[in-house]
Design a protein. Structure first.
Length: 345
């Protein structure tokens, strides 16, 4: 006896939302194969052969669709980024661009890392194109000495290098195709850059700055307040009467950049500023929003405050500025450097 199978109908789930549908469509994808023939009086007049694949790009690439398009679009975007050069700040001018390399030594790994050297009137950058990475970003006023040296090379020939002595005592070694040109331009640019105060000086601006906060339940909200400088550190104080505050030391600044408006915007469409800074044990982010005229002086100030080299604690591996590790120890595990131990009673 053959049992008749029950006819199945689509189910309606009221709890399913449009977001669930879009998420399913992007992560799983949709395949549609259709053949349609339109006839009149038994005579075929129109034919339609439809093959459709729809999904997120990660899903499409996973199944082997549009791989050539993906590579072509990424290569064009990368080429435009290389042609555009480094992102310059207001008033920053590009003085020199040439191919070179920087000596990198950390732990058991030591090697020359090649890239494009960009020298401006404020910074020295080394940019690696593939994979895209900024290998070096030094403010010129952090350089205390510039010298050239003849160093033995593995090819059994001596070659000339530029040695930069930083205010922290570290040495940065550079090599390029035109070493004398790099040395002369660096000397001129460093002399014009002069020296800066290590503490922050507050700009004369008192406009509302919005800070993206989160509560215990993980909900995000913009709170109004204002920037100020206290004891050489950047602080944000809320104006809503709540105990909201943010404090970041000048030495903990890692990166400051604006976010495109189509990606993220603040209250009433205000521009969003993303800050990368060093937390207690790892890198953290903070988001602020406001008018461009109110944010620009603080961005310029914080970018100049990046005055130390990021290292890791030799005991627990937590990241920290080298100056803080040597002079104050590690906040995460309490490790103390030999220099600091000699100073302690």
């Amino acid at each position: 006896m053959v049992s008749k199978s029950k006819q199945q109908y689509p189910l309606q789930r009221r709890e399913t939302t449009l977001n669930d549908l879009l998420d399913r469509l992007l992560t799983k994808g949709l395949m549609l194969n259709s053949d349609v023939v339109v006839t009149v009086s038994g005579i075929p007049l129109l034919g339609l052969n439809l093959r459709l694949a729809l999904g997120g790009m990660s899903t499409m690439l996973r199944y082997g669709f549009m791989t050539d398009w993906d590579e072509a679009i990424r290569s064009v975007a990368k080429k435009k980024q290389v042609e555009a050069g480094p992102h310059l700040e207001d008033g920053e001018q590009l003085l020199l661009t040439l191919f070179g390399s920087c000596w990198y030594s950390k732990g058991i790994y030591s090697a020359w890392r090649p890239g494009l050297i960009h020298l401006t009137n404020r910074r020295l950058l080394l940019y690696q194109q593939e994979p895209s990475e900024t290998l070096l970003d030094i403010n010129l006023w952090l350089i205390s000495g510039i010298d050239t040296r003849q160093v033995a090379h593995f090819s059994d020939q001596n070659r000339q290098e530029v040695w930069l002595t930083m205010t922290s005592g570290d040495v940065v070694r550079l090599h390029c195709v035109d070493i004398q040109n790099l040395f002369d331009t660096l000397k001129k640019a460093q002399a014009l850059a002069g020296s800066k105060d290590i503490n922050l000086a507050s700009p004369d601006i008192d406009e509302t700055i919005w800070y993206l906060t989160t509560d215990g339940a993980g909900k995000f909200a913009w709170q109004s307040g204002a920037f100020c400088v206290r004891d050489g550190a950047l602080c944000w104080l809320g104006r809503s009467g709540q105990s909201l505050s943010f404090r970041m030391a000048a030495a903990d600044v890692l990166a400051v950049e604006f976010i495109a408006e189509d990606i993220m915007s603040g209250p009433d469409g205000k521009l969003v500023l993303e800050m990368h800074y060093l937390g207690r044990t790892n890198t953290e982010k903070a988001y602020f929003a406001g008018n461009m005229d109110a944010l620009r002086p603080w961005v310029r100030l914080l970018r100049e405050a990046r005055r130390d080299i990021l290292e890791t604690c030799p005991f627990c591996g937590a990241p920290a500025p080298r100056g803080r590790l040597l002079n104050k120890g590690c906040d995460a595990c309490g490790w103390l450097s030999a220099r600091l131990k000699r100073l302690l009673p």
